[in-house]
Design a protein around this ligand. Structure first.
Ligand code: AMP
Ligand code: GLY
Length: 418
C-alpha cells in the first residue's frame, strides 16, 4: 500500500490525513507534526524532524510516496521545492508560486497582467507615499499589508485618520516586524464573499466541493473576524451560472497567467471572491493552499481515490472533475474562551461520545499526554455531520459536538443558516 505524509498541525491537516486514510488505511498516513488529537485518533508517529533535511531523511526511511503540505508558512519557507528536489511527489505550491499568497503586491500585479477582475489598487512603499495616496482615495477604503500577517494585515478604514493609524502600526510601532513593508491600497468592493478552492496543476483547476466559511466569531455574523468558525458545503450561494462566470472570468485567466509566466503550480489554490451586486466575480485574494476549516467540511464529500487524485496533482496532472457526494456537510468549530484574542490553554477535553459514519471530530489545537487531551489552541476542535438534508447534517454535527466538553468552550450555533 502507498504511504502519504501530511505536513502541518491543524484541523485541515487532520481532515487531509483522515481522507487519505480512507484510501490507504490509517497505518499508511503520517502527519508532521500533526497535533495531540491526531495521535489520539491513531495516526502513526512521524519521527521528530526540525529541518527540511531531517524531514527528507525520515520520509525516505519510511518510504513515503506522496507529501501534502497544509500551511502557507511551510510553502513560504520553500518546503515544496526542497522536497521535490529530493524526488518526492509534493502537493503544495512552490515558494515562487506561493507569492500569490505571501505578497499581496505580487498577487495584484499578476492579476493586472492577466486581466483577472479585482479592485483597482495602488502600492505604497513608505508612510509618506501612503499619506499621499490616502489624500486622494474615497472612504471607506481597503489597506492590505503585502506580506503574511496571520489574518491581521487587512483593514477597512472609514476615514483618513483611521487609515493613518494602520500606517503607524506598520511603520512606527513595527507591529508586523521591522520591514521593509509595502501596503496595497484598494477600492472597497460591495457584495457577497465566496471561497473558490480547487486542485491546480497550472494548466487545470479542478474545483473542490463549494463551501461557505463563517468568519465572524459570534452568531449572526457578529464580533471580530476569525480563521473560520464553521462551514457548510455545498455553499448556499453557488449556482451553475456563477460557477460558469468564475470559470471563464477568473479561473481561465489565472491559469493562462500561470502558463504564460511558466509558474509550475501543483497544489490547492484558494481564490477568495467577492460577487458584485450585479453577479460578477472579483478576486479579493489568493491562498496557495487548502482552506481551514473549508477542508474539514468539503473533503468528506469527495468520492473516489483521493490519494490518486493528489498524487496526480503532485505529478503535474489532475482529473477534470471530482466525483462529489450530493449530501450536505456542516462543520462546527469549538473554540477556547478568548479566541480570536488571547485565549485560555490547558483545559482538559472530555469526550463522552464516539465518531460514526455520519458525525465525527477533527482536532486542531489539542495536546495529548498521559492519556489526556487538552486544549492548546484558539480553535480547538470541530465536529462534522453529513446527511441528505441540511437540518439533519446540522443536528448530527451539533449532537456530536455537545458530547465534547472543556472549560470555557464556545461555538456558533448558527452554522448552516445564511
Ligand atoms: P484578504 O486577506 O485580501 O482576503 O482580505 C481579508 C478580508 O477583507 C476579506 O475576506 C474581505 O472580507 C475583506 N476585503 C478584502 N479586500 C476587500 C475589498 N476590496 N472590498 C471589500 N472587502 C474586502
Ligand atoms: N478559512 C479561511 C482560510 O483558510 O484562509
Amino acid at each position: 500500500m502507498p504511504k502519504a505524509l501530511v505536513m502541518g498541525s491543524g484541523g485541515r491537516e487532520h481532515a487531509l490525513a483522515w481522507r487519505l486514510a480512507k484510501d490507504l488505511g490509517k497505518e499508511n498516513v503520517w502527519l508532521h507534526p500533526g497535533n495531540g488529537g491526531t495521535v489520539y485518533a491513531g495516526f502513526p508517529a512521524f519521527p521528530a524532524a526540525k529541518s527540511p533535511a531531517e524531514v527528507v531523511a525520515a520520509a525516505k526511511a519510511l518510504g513515503i510516496d506522496l507529501i501534502v503540505i497544509g500551511p502557507e508558512l511551510l510553502l513560504a519557507e520553500g518546503y515544496s521545492d526542497h522536497l521535490r528536489e529530493q524526488g518526492f511527489p509534493v502537493c503544495g505550491a512552490s515558494r515562487f508560486a506561493a507569492q500569490l499568497e505571501t505578497s499581496k503586491v505580487f498577487a495584484k500585479e499578476f492579476m493586472s497582467r492577466h486581466n483577472v477582475p479585482t479592485a483597482a489598487f495602488r502600492v505604497a512603499k513608505s508612510p509618506e507615499e501612503l499619506a499621499t495616496i490616502l489624500s486622494t482615495v474615497k472612504y471607506p477604503t481597503v489597506l492590505k499589508l503585502s506580506g503574511l500577517a496571520a489574518g491581521k494585515g487587512v483593514v477597512l478604514p472609514n476615514t483618513r485618520e483611521e487609515a493613518l493609524q494602520f500606517s503607524d502600526r506598520v511603520w512606527q510601532q513595527n507591529e508586523f516586524g521591522p520591514g521593509p513593508h509595502e501596503i496595497v491600497v484598494e477600492d472597497v468592493l460591495p457584495g457577497t464573499e465566496i471561497s473558490w478552492i480547487g486542485l491546480c496543476y497550472g494548466k487545470q483547476f479542478t474545483p473542490l466541493p463549494s463551501a461557505t466559511d463563517y468568519k465572524r466569531v459570534f452568531d449572526g455574523h457578529k464580533g471580530p473576524n476569525t480563521g473560520g468558525m464553521g462551514v457548510i458545503s455545498p455553499s448556499p450561494y453557488e449556482t451553475p451560472e456563477l460557477a460558469e462566470k468564475i470559470r471563464t472570468q477568473v479561473v481561465a485567466r489565472v491559469l493562462e497567467g500561470l502558463v504564460q509566466e511558466r509558474i509550475d503550480y501543483r497544489g490547492a489554490l484558494y481564490i477568495g471572491i467577492m460577487i458584485s451586486p450585479g453577479g460578477d466575480p472579483f478576486v479579493l485574494e489568493f491562498n496557495t493552499r487548502f482552506g481551514d476549516p473549508e477542508t474539514q467540511g468539503t473533503l468528506p464529500r469527495v468520492r473516489g481515490n483521493f490519494y490518486e487524485i493528489l498524487l496526480a496533482v503532485a505529478n503535474g496532472a489532475a482529473p477534470e472533475k471530482l466525483d462529489v457526494d450530493p449530501r450536505t456537510t456542516i462543520y462546527v468549530v469549538a473554540a477556547a474562551e478568548g479566541y480570536p484574542g488571547n485565549y485560555r490553554k490547558g483545559m482538559e477535553i472530555t469526550d463522552r461520545g464516539h465518531d460514526s459514519a455520519d458525525s465525527w471530530l477533527f482536532f486542531s489545537g489539542v495536546s495529548f499526554s498521559d492519556n489526556r487531551l487538552k486544549a492548546n489552541g484558539g480553535r480547538v476542535l470541530g465536529s462534522c455531520g453529513i446527511a441528505s438534508e441540511k437540518g439533519l447534517a446540522r443536528d448530527l454535527a451539533y449532537r456530536r459536538l455537545q458530547e465534547v466538553t472543556f472549560e470555557g468552550r464556545f461555538f456558533r450555533t448558527d452554522i448552516g443558516n445564511l
